[in-house]
Ligand binder design. Structure first.
Ligand code: SF4
Ligand code: MG
Length: 316
């Protein structure tokens, strides 16, 4: 399978960041067709920004984006039309993005009619097929969003994204708002759809275990940088970076939203003013003098396994 999408945001931190905008600093990300890449990190690490960059909803500060081997205008906010339909984003809270005044038929069927994917007179049957595909009763086509549960709304959000026949989905915390039992159902739906429709996913989550369940490859971000990229099946045995290992050592909390990262000592520093050198050094149990002054390069430490840590370059 060939490379589907690649992006590189090359700039260092811009001098002034708009409030609330998290920098993504010198990151490159390549995704193969059919691959599920999990992108993990604490909130504020830049993973949502990177996901938005991948689909063209957020401009690159410098660098380039490729889609199926074609260079897209790197800093352009809007991707070319044909390309942007091929990439869709699914957000955490479908309720916020589902117009409460619209019926399901229009919520799902508006974009494909507008883009000429389906004729208006065939809209209803098109939407019914999509509803079935995501495990909803086609009879709900006349319903409004408030008539659905959280899990059903997640399915609606997925159906709406699928309606424009994308090849690449960026799922940003797509199951974070759901109960654990519903999360598993939606994750399995994502996996089934990948097989049925040959989809490629960038799966963004603060939850390493969620990401591990669905991904082929795991990319870990910390304060705007990728610190490790590893095959999912090797995560538990071979994780290299001290931050990844700290994430793995955590005991899942009963209050995931609040206490998830308590095992890692200290607070995450502000993304606006990251620490010098290795951004993780104030929290790292292995920090050495060089860690304060020099940013470790993301280096291939085994085939297909990249890590950015000075420990990998210290001779014994
Ligand atoms: Fe820790 Fe240094 Fe490695 Fe950063 S580079 S993770 S501070 S040992
Ligand atoms: Mg986010």
């Amino acid at each position: 399978p060939g490379l589907l999408a690649r992006l590189r945001n090359a700039a260092g931190l811009p001098a002034r960041q708009a409030p609330g905008v998290v920098a993504v600093d010198d990151v490159s990300l390549s995704i193969r067709a059919g691959e599920v890449v999990g992108l993990v990190g604490e909130s504020g690490c830049g993973k949502s920004t990177l996901g938005r960059m991948a689909v063209g909803l957020h401009s690159l500060s410098a660098g380039e984006r490729f889609w199926k081997g074609e260079l897209l205008a790197g800093a352009s906010r809007l991707a070319p039309h044909r390309t942007s339909l091929g990439m869709q984003m699914i957000f955490q809270d479908p309720q916020a993005s589902l117009n409460p005044r619209m019926r399901v038929q229009d919520i799902i069927g508006e974009a494909p009619v507008a883009h000429g994917i389906v004729e208006r007179r065939r809209q209803a049957e098109y939407v019914e097929t999509l509803l079935e595909r995501v495990g909803l009763d086609p009879a709900v086509i006349r319903h409004f969003p408030y008539q659905f549960s959280g899990g059903q709304r997640a399915r609606l959000g997925i159906a709406r994204a699928l309606a424009v026949e994308p090849e690449f989905l960026v799922c940003d915390e797509a199951v974070a708002a759901l109960d654990v039992s519903i999360q598993a159902q939606i994750l399995n739906l994502f996996l089934r759809l990948r097989d049925e429709l040959n989809l490629t996913y960038l799966f963004i989550s603060h939850d390493l275990h969620v990401v591990h369940h669905v991904s082929h490859r795991i990319v870990v971000m910390y304060l705007g940088r990728v610190v490790e990229s590893i095959a999912a099946e090797r995560l538990f045995s071979d994780a290299n970076h001290p931050y990844t290992r700290a994430l793995l050592a955590e005991v899942p909390s009963l209050e995931p939203a609040k206490k998830r990262f308590i095992a890692i000592r200290g607070e995450m520093p502000s993304p606006m003013a990251p620490p010098s050198g290795c951004h993780f050094h104030p929290r790292c149990p292995h920090a050495m003098p060089v860690c304060r002054s020099e940013a470790p390069p993301l280096a291939e430490i085994a085939p297909g396994h990249h890590s950015a840590c000075h420990l990998n370059h210290v001779s014994a």
